[in-house]
Design a protein around this ligand. Structure first.
Ligand SMILES: [Zn+2]
Length: 248
């Protein structure tokens, strides 16, 4: 019988029947795979620990064209800070749900795996989860194929004197074009740069990044409006994050 050893993170879990679980794992090697974990609902099952949401580990899988079967799992990092904190859990749930929504099964994307793992590990290490979400959101727009224009003016292509974000035009506007959108959100120089950094930064090189609460709020509004307008996605975890009302 053929087995595969895959590195991955559990991004969705559902009870299945009396004692089994359905588990979706995002893996480095194969992308997203859906699995059955037989007996994993029983507390003494050797699959109980490795089939919890956000578990990062090495999984031994028996592949199938439909549901694969998890035979074994060794936890690399159980992300315990996230599991203990409702706000960090909410952010991580968002990261995983968005990943789940934008990916098909069994299509490998090592870049995406690296991005998601790095964001989750940073959240667990206590780096500002809202900033991480914003960076992730901007990068996921590229994966979705609806990347906003952040490095130059959306109307005239100039890459200097950028003054604000235009939802209607899908990106930044320069000071000459700013009047073309009466709903433009004007941004101070630092915020224009911050959005550029979000878009080009290699997340594994994230250094110390300080953003004021006010700036975070402005960027959050821009990014959320952009998703609402162009992505067609409705995420439960996003609603939950909004209900936590973190900007008060
Ligand atoms: Zn312009």
């Amino acid at each position: 019988m053929l087995f595969e050893k895959l590195e991955g993170i559990v991004i969705r879990v559902k009870d299945y029947g009396e004692s089994d679980k359905l588990v979706w794992i995002y893996t480095r090697e194969k992308g997203k795979i859906s699995c059955i974990a037989k007996g994993a609902k029983r507390p003494n099952s050797r699959l109980a620990a490795c089939t919890q949401l956000f578990t990062y580990g090495i999984f031994v899988i028996q592949p199938s064209s439909g549901l694969s079967t998890i035979r074994q799992g060794d936890v690399i990092n159980n992300l315990s800070s996230i599991k203990k904190d409702i706000v960090l859990t909410a952010y991580s749930a968002y990261v995983c749900e968005l990943l789940d929504k934008v990916t098909e099964e069994k299509i490998s994307n090592p870049y995406l795996f690296q991005l998601v793992m790095q964001v989750i590990v940073y959240i667990d290490e206590g780096i500002d989860a809202e900033i991480l979400k914003q960076i992730y959101d901007v990068k996921m727009l590229e994966v979705l194929g609806i990347k906003p224009r952040l490095l130059s003016c959306s109307l005239c292509d100039r890459n200097e004197s950028l003054v604000g974000f235009s939802l209607k035009n899908g990106g930044m506007l320069c000071n000459t074009c700013a009047h073309q959108d009466s709903n433009i959100i004007f941004l101070r120089g630092q915020l224009v740069k911050l959005l550029m950094i979000y878009s080009v930064l290699d997340i594994t090189n994230l250094g110390k990044i300080n953003v004021s609460e006010e700036s975070k709020q402005i960027l959050s509004r821009i990014i959320n409006n952009y998703y609402d307008e162009y992505s067609g996605l409705h995420l439960k975890s996003k609603k939950f994050l909004e209900q936590l009302d973190l900007f008060v």
